[in-house]
Design a protein around this ligand. Structure first.
Ligand code: ADP
Ligand code: MG
Length: 323
């Protein structure tokens, strides 16, 4: 199958059925032509996923596609931006039709779920790698940035931490729990939830935010650096899922929550005067989030358990750390 037939069959066909919002010209020309929503700013992010670095190479193509798009959408959520469009640069060893069918299915299912349209890309031969670029819109001056936090702001995270690392451990058979917990964790790894609805609520409430991809400690350090502050985390307050709470080794569960990565939850700062509004959203069940610490003058991320410093075993996943 030639390159153009492949593009037509697996990436263009679904598009022909309906024209997504703002797409003046989609796949098939030298460029896509896009009309952003009036008055909005564009939020753009690109990410490359390499086989065996960012996902197991033998994972199902459908899972790889779904995870790749969800991870990118999480970057839009981290800015408070609403998904609009994405591009796909796909490099693969050969045009394996069965693999492409699965990949296309996972990709478009996710694209439909989050209302984000594929508008172009590039297809080349080589070792398996997937580059997605997402574009979203955000009202002017409402984006959730890393540099807006102040001393005294609370630090919160959405949902639970450590599930990404535990999910990978289950997939790689380094962790075994009961079947329901294992299913939950595998699902958390392959289908991380971009916290978009949470992010829209936080636009007016958070002073800084990001999504946790490399681990809480490593990512929170970016807010600290950008806002010129220190963070103090109370390890006992870290939200753990029932699956992590079922682990025999609770110290390992906490280490994963702090440094494991792949969680794609939001970590955000809230000024004390905005906390009643955030607490109300939490009480109403519209926002699932937990206070895990506070920002203070200084630098770096400091973890404490019962008043004592908590020793970290690694401070986040670093690609090429073994080089
Ligand atoms: P050019 O050579 O002009 O860069 P290509 O031959 O790379 O164009 O691509 C032809 C069309 O198909 C373009 O509109 C491009 O955006 C689209 N395209 C190529 N690969 C993909 C892909 N994997 N997914 C979606 N669209 C793609
Ligand atoms: Mg090209």
């Amino acid at each position: 199958m030639g390159e153009f037939e492949l593009i037509r069959q697996f990436f263009q066909r679904e598009q022909a059925e309906n024209t997504p919002a703002g797409v003046v010209l989609g796949i098939g020309d030298d460029c896509a032509l896009l009309q952003p929503p009036a008055g909005c700013q564009l939020a753009i992010s690109v990410d490359t996923l390499i086989a065996d670095v960012h996902f197991p190479a033998d994972a199902a193509a459908e899972d790889i596609a779904e995870r790749a798009l969800r991870v990118n959408l999480s970057d839009l959520a981290a800015m408070g931006a609403e998904p609009l469009w994405f591009t796909l640069a796909l490099t693969m060893p050969s045009a394996d039709e069965e693999w492409l069918r699965g990949f296309s299915r996972g990709l478009f299912r996710t694209a439909r779920q989050f209302d984000c349209a594929l508008i172009g890309g590039d297809t080349t031969a080589g070792p398996l790698s997937i580059t997605l670029q997402v574009m979203g819109s955000v009202p002017p001056a409402q984006a959730l940035r890393r540099d807006g936090a102040s001393p005294g702001d609370y630090i919160l995270v959405t949902h639970s931490l450590g599930d990404g690392a535990a999910g990978l451990a289950v997939i790689q058979q380094r962790l075994s729990l009961n079947a329901a917990h294992e299913d939950y964790l595998r699902n958390r790894f392959y289908r991380p939830e971009p916290r978009l609805q949470e992010a829209y609520l936080l636009r007016e409430l958070a002073s800084a935010a990001l999504d946790i991809s490399d681990g809480l400690v490593a990512d929170l350090a970016h807010i600290c650096a950008a806002s010129d502050l220190a963070a103090v985390i109370d390890v006992a307050s870290l939200p753990l899922s029932p699956a992590l709470e079922a682990m025999q080794d609770q110290m390992l569960a906490r280490q994963w929550a702090l440094t494991g990565g792949d969680d794609y939850e939001l970590c955000f700062a809230v000024a004390p005067e905005k906390m009643p509004d955030v607490a109300m959203l939490i009480a109403e069940g519209r926002l699932q989030a937990t206070v895990i610490g506070a920002l203070a003058p200084g630098s770096g991320v400091h973890c404490e358990l019962e008043g004592e410093p908590f020793v970290l075993h690694q401070s986040g996943y670093r690609h090429f750390a073994h080089d």
